[in-house]
Design a protein around this ligand. Structure first.
Ligand code: ASP
Length: 321
């Protein structure tokens, strides 16, 4: 009788834990967790300007959240918000100005376990595009809102509004600015759920109204029940080649490893065509991937077994476990 009681006690506790996880409570099913992020590719060597230290700091905070059982969706949103607020990248506050002299930001977020997604594009007065994308995902019947009318709608859902002066590069239209600096994050939580998010100001001096890959599911971000990705590079090419979707399909249908699938798309196929591309991702086993075909990529990762690592030019193109 005692054994049966203990058995039911344990089963009940496990059930409660599972239920909490599903309602946004702590995840503690597995020890394993991982978080990987990027801050865009770099064509030419340039100064760090505090980026790697900042990336390590953000990873340390994200790891503490994941270790305590935070859902991957919350962690990728919070991580991308910090990158947006830092003004160190071409996203949120540091977004490039378009050819009209103002920032138009795009973002997307995906919850791989449920296949819920949300995106926003061409937003002019939203502080955190990634948070607006999550509002679209959770509070609207749609998945993608764009332009002024979309912006008015996401504000009505609670997205934080900011005046044009918030975007520090507004009016500074410089086509020679280093073009990249899109940000993204992918996380695996202790429930075994993967989420991904990407946010950008898009290319500097882009034509007003232009939308790149970052808010397009399957091009700028992707997550399912096995893998998750965030992209950076020329958005037009990522949309044409549906890059992360292609990598995910090679893994799912052909049984390729994460590394092989990503390298064959990013390095062998796109790199050979002269298309500069970067991709970060991870899978359910906690394998982390960072690959790119430019000179460098601001990037970093942390797992339950490895302390935060951050790089721009140094370090391998390789994966980590
Ligand atoms: N993919 C982004 C865009 O085309 C730019 C980037 O990743 O740097 O808008």
């Amino acid at each position: 009788l005692k054994t049966t009681a203990i058995f039911f006690g344990v089963a009940l506790a496990m059930g409660a834990r599972q239920a909490m996880a599903e309602t946004g409570g702590p995840c503690a099913t597995n020890e394993r967790f991982a978080l990987v992020l990027h801050g865009g590719t770099r064509e030419e060597r340039e100064e760090d300007r505090g980026r790697t230290a900042f990336v390590r700091q953000v990873l340390t905070e994200g790891a503490a959240e994941l270790r305590a059982g935070a859902p991957s969706l919350d962690v990728v949103e919070r991580t991308v918000k910090k990158l947006e607020d830092s003004a160190l990248f071409n996203a949120g506050r540091g977004s490039n100005a378009n050819a009209g002299g103002f920032a138009e930001v795009d973002a997307g977020i995906a919850d791989g376990a449920t296949r819920r997604i949300g995106s926003v594009a061409s937003m002019r007065g939203i502080k955190n595009a990634v948070a607006a994308a999550r509002l679209v995902m959770e509070k609207s019947p749609h998945v993608f809102m764009v332009g002024d009318r979309g912006e008015a709608y996401v504000k009505s859902l609670g997205a934080e509004a900011v005046p044009p002066a918030y975007f520090i590069k507004n009016k500074q239209v410089n086509p020679n600015d280093p073009p990249h600096g899109t940000v993204g994050a992918v996380a695996l939580d202790r429930c075994g759920h993967i989420s991904a998010a990407t946010s950008t100001g898009g290319f500097g001096a882009k034509i007003p109204g232009r939308v790149g890959d970052s808010p397009v599911f399957g091009a700028g971000f992707y997550a399912d029940d096995q893998v998750g990705f965030s992209s950076t590079g020329k958005g037009e090419d990522f949309i044409r080649y549906t890059v992360p979707r292609d990598v995910a399909a090679r893994i799912r249908y052909r049984g390729d490893s994460l590394r092989k699938a990503a390298d064959s798309v990013i390095v062998d196929e796109l790199g050979a065509k002269g298309i500069e591309a970067g991709l970060i991702g991870l899978d359910l086993s906690g394998q982390v991937l960072m690959t790119w075909s430019a000179a460098g990529m601001t990037r970093g990762y942390v797992t339950d077994k490895q302390d935060p690592q951050a790089f721009i030019f140094e370090g391998s193109r390789g994966d980590a476990r």
